[in-house]
Design a binder for this molecule. Structure first.
Ligand SMILES: NC(=O)C1=CN([C@@H]2O[C@H](COP(=O)(O)OP(=O)(O)OC[C@H]3O[C@@H](n4cnc5c(N)ncnc54)[C@H](O)[C@@H]3O)[C@@H](O)[C@H]2O)C=CC1
Ligand SMILES: Nc1nc(O)c(N)c(N[C@@H]2O[C@H](COP(=O)(O)O)[C@@H](O)[C@H]2O)n1
Length: 190
């Protein structure tokens, strides 16, 4: 988890799906890292949640941290097709900034998401999960590297499965042990 927090400091935005936001209520900050001297701040990434139907909770930790001044304003990306003005107002009042993009077959278009983020000055994105979001980004072939942490936990069908075709462009780079976990890195060959 500490390595994940280091990786967060290296990106402009950390992106998750609404499944992860609702199940885990994550904070997407760098709180596990050692404090810097004399109150200096680490680079805090922008939290971004893909939420086609605006199911994000106004009382979640991301919004609480923002209201209390300890986190950046979360951005929610939602679908033009199922946009609900009431839910939008509720989330905006709670502190979220909502962006509307196109959908393809019921999922937000990865190209539209990246275009929206780039327009806002975001140059690097860490896609943290969950399984559906990771699969969408792999299928869209937009990732430059793939970092897989293998923890000694048996999760069965809950693990991330993926299309072999979607990962063809990756080449193996390295394997490192981090405590009980093993971190395997692949980079884009093209
Ligand atoms: N161990 C780890 O490192 C991590 C584990 N997780 C786990 O993953 C689980 C959640 O995973 P999932 O259920 O797969 O949900 P998810 O977090 O991947 O979100 C999927 C939802 O996002 C929305 N969505 C909008 N645009 C989409 C697009 N282009 N592609 C796919 N979905 C899109 C849809 O409503 C979809 O149901 C959580 O229980 C969490 O614990 C999540 C992050 C990291
Ligand atoms: N244990 C663990 N190790 C990793 O390397 C991970 N990427 C995760 N994943 C997710 O981290 C989220 C929690 O984030 P916060 O610490 O609250 O910011 C949560 O979504 C985990 O599933 N976990």
């Amino acid at each position: 988890m500490v390595m994940t927090h280091w990786m967060r400091t290296m990106h402009d935005a950390i992106l998750i799906g609404i499944g992860t936001a609702l199940n885990d209520d994550p904070q997407l900050n760098t709180r596990h890292l050692p404090a810097l001297p004399s109150g200096e701040q680490r680079r805090l990434p922008r939290p971004v949640v893909l939420d086609s139907k605006l199911r994000f909770k106004p009382d979640c930790k991301l919004l609480k941290n923002f209201r209390e001044g300890t986190g950046r304003r979360p951005w929610i990306i939602t679908s033009r097709g199922s946009f609900d003005p009431l839910k939008h107002r509720e989330l905006a009042n709670a502190g979220a900034r909502v962006f509307i993009t196109d959908s393809v077959d019921g999922s937000l278009s990865v190209d539209s998401i990246l275009f929206t983020l780039r327009q806002q000055g975001i140059r690097s994105v860490m896609v943290e999960g969950g399984a559906q979001i990771i699969n969408s980004f792999l299928r869209a072939k937009v990732a430059h590297s793939l970092v897989i942490t293998v923890a000694p936990t048996l999760v069965g069908k809950e693990g991330v499965s993926y299309d072999a075709e979607a990962t063809k462009k990756f080449e193996y780079l390295s394997t490192e042990k981090e405590g009980r976990d093993t971190v395997v890195v692949f980079t884009s060959a093209k």
